[in-house]
Design a protein around this ligand. Sequence first.
Ligand SMILES: [Zn+2]
Length: 216
Amino acid sequence: MTTDWSDPDIRDAVEGHERFKRQFERDKAFYRSLATRKQKPRLLWIGCSDSRVVPAQITSADPGELFEIRNIANVVPPATAWDDSVGAAIEYALAHLGIDDVVVCGHTGCGGIQALLDGLEPPSDTHLGRWIDYTRPAHRLVAAAQVGEAERLVETIKAHIQFQIDNLRTYTRVRDGLESGKLGVHGWLYVMETGDLLAYDSHAGDWQPLGRRDEP
Ligand SMILES: [Zn+2]
């Protein structure tokens, strides 16, 4: 296995890295401090793998600020599914990094949700087919609610985020944190068309733009 430097995709990455190294040199003190102290991220961010939805970019976060789990369609399998990749990251974030806020962030135009709406059913004996199964509860809910076609995708994406938050509560650490009032769990939607973030308000049962609010 060798790196083919003439491959344009590889060359882009290498040139990008060269630009990064120049920035690294300029901000050396900052990067050195990251390397010499333990990480202390402020959020556990559970988001989609989609290349267009970059958590650090949409929150203007610096390295060291977000601990991320990214997978297709920002899925949180229930604890009983024993998905060790997601489960271990949740446990590590809460128990070892001391993170006290978890964001589950979906996004408009999510291909992982779109798949079943388009009738694309990856075979159930593939990893993709098994993974996409986690989006079915949202699809079933929205189908039962007879949502119009124009709104179907975004409503399914929103419902899916809420289901992932329910699943998050099946993890002991999360449940304990919520019961003691020490943990915050947030459902957000990134609107790719406008750059907005919407937050789910479980009391009002609706989605509101995320923004600085005046203190009451
Ligand atoms: Zn997505």
